[in-house]
Unconditional design. Structure first.
Length: 388
């Protein structure tokens, strides 16, 4: 099929470094790996283009300078332009990542505009609520109208978690079109270390430092400061490798110094997605230390940890207990409990045999349950594409 991938969100670059950009790239890779021809229509590109996507056709619709209400109106105008371009471009399917103020799929589904193009709407968060809570929504009525039009028009509304699906249903998405599609992982790109992939059985040197990893944006709801406090309470020889950047980076560096951890913590800053597999190869275990709060996410980092064959310590929140099979693939701790997190770090650090067992099970689960290609195939099977 010829698929138009639509991304109107001006905060997400197709070739950016944060998790949302990785998500975009992996969905595109999965679609292309099955022979589909993908053309991207977006408002932002960024500069970290992976070599394997260098031939991807990307049509950027530049937004005029402006903030607030002007930016909201510009996104709506770009959605209209992109819909018109897709409608006349001979595409079989439109796949859109839900963005505030976009009604592109609704326009494409309208028979009055010509031959309708079926659409999949991917919903990763209740964006209206996020915008109201964390930023500012100038035209609430327009945002809500576009959202509801999109949810009603899409043949498939793919929600990243049950909580997001419930939100979408409350906004008018027909229940029969809703499907929960958790995040996934590219198991060809993210692999265990060569030794582990080959089935090596010798255990790690018990006298060597144990490297704990965190991959993600440094924002308060990821709980990275809790991880630093937990590290300060551990008894073993542990190091922390933090891969990613965000508004908390400077604050976390200062906290590491205050806790006497400066020589045990590496803050890498922004890392291009193609470098992340090598970073994961340097870890002995990985952490998703979410605090106690509303949790509707499907953490991409956890699926990458699993694919890398890493034992995982994660907060028992949202969908994470199910992803980790309630402890079969890692260790679950109470959200926000620093002492429990420190104890879990010490226990896994001191038990290389258990880490190896968990790592092997994690990799197998990634291969059999969480590969992006299977996620995308399942979605496409739900779409009725008109026969030419």
């Amino acid at each position: 099929m010829r698929i138009a991938y639509i991304l109107l969100d001006p905060g997400i670059g197709v070739f950016g470094t944060k998790g949302a950009s990785v998500h975009v790239q992996e969905v595109i890779r999965a679609l292309r790996s099955d022979g589909h021809e993908v053309t991207v229509h977006c408002t932002r590109v960024d500069e970290h283009m992976p070599a394997d996507l260098s031939d991807l056709e990307v049509r950027r619709h530049r937004l005029p300078r402006g903030t607030g209400a002007e930016r909201e109106q510009a996104v709506a105008a770009a959605a209209a332009d992109i819909a018109a371009e897709v409608a006349t471009g001979g595409f079989d399917l439109a796949y859109e990542r839900y963005s505030l103020f976009s009604d592109a799929l609704a326009r494409l589904a309208d028979p009055a505009a010509g031959a309708p193009v079926p659409g999949i709407l991917e919903v990763n968060a209740p964006l209206i609520e996020e915008q109201r809570r964390h930023r500012h929504l100038h035209d609430d009525v327009a945002a809500l109208g576009a959202t509801r039009a999109q949810l009603h028009a899409a043949q498939v509304v793919s929600c990243v978690s049950p909580a997001v699906a419930e939100w979408a249903r409350g906004q008018g998405a027909p229940a029969e079109r809703l499907v929960v599609t958790p995040n996934g992982v590219n198991t060809s790109r993210i692999t265990p270390r060569a030794h582990d992939l080959a089935g090596g059985t010798e255990l790690a040197d018990p006298s060597a430092p144990v490297t704990v990893g965190f991959v993600g944006t440094l924002k308060p709801w990821h709980g990275t400061e809790l991880l630093l406090h937990a590290l300060a309470r551990t008894r073993g020889d542990l190091r922390l490798d933090i891969c990613g950047t965000g508004p908390q980076q400077e604050e976390l560096a200062e906290l590491a110094t205050e806790l006497g951890l400066a020589d045990r913590v590496l803050l890498r800053g922004a890392v291009a997605p193609e470098r992340v597999p090598a970073v994961l190869h340097g870890l002995d275990l990985a952490v998703a230390p979410y605090p106690a709060a509303e949790h509707y996410f499907s953490p991409l980092k956890v699926y990458e940890y699993l694919a890398a064959g890493l034992p995982v310590i994660a907060s028992a929140i949202g969908t994470l207990p199910e992803v980790l099979r309630h402890g079969e693939l890692g260790v679950l701790v109470e959200p926000g409990d620093v002492d429990a997190l420190a104890a879990a770090l010490d226990e896994l650090a001191a038990d290389p045999a258990r880490r190896a067992r968990l790592g092997r099970a994690a990799r197998e689960a990634a291969l059999t349950e969480h590969d992006w290609r299977n996620r995308c195939r399942a979605l496409l099977e739900r779409v009725e594409v008109p026969v030419a």
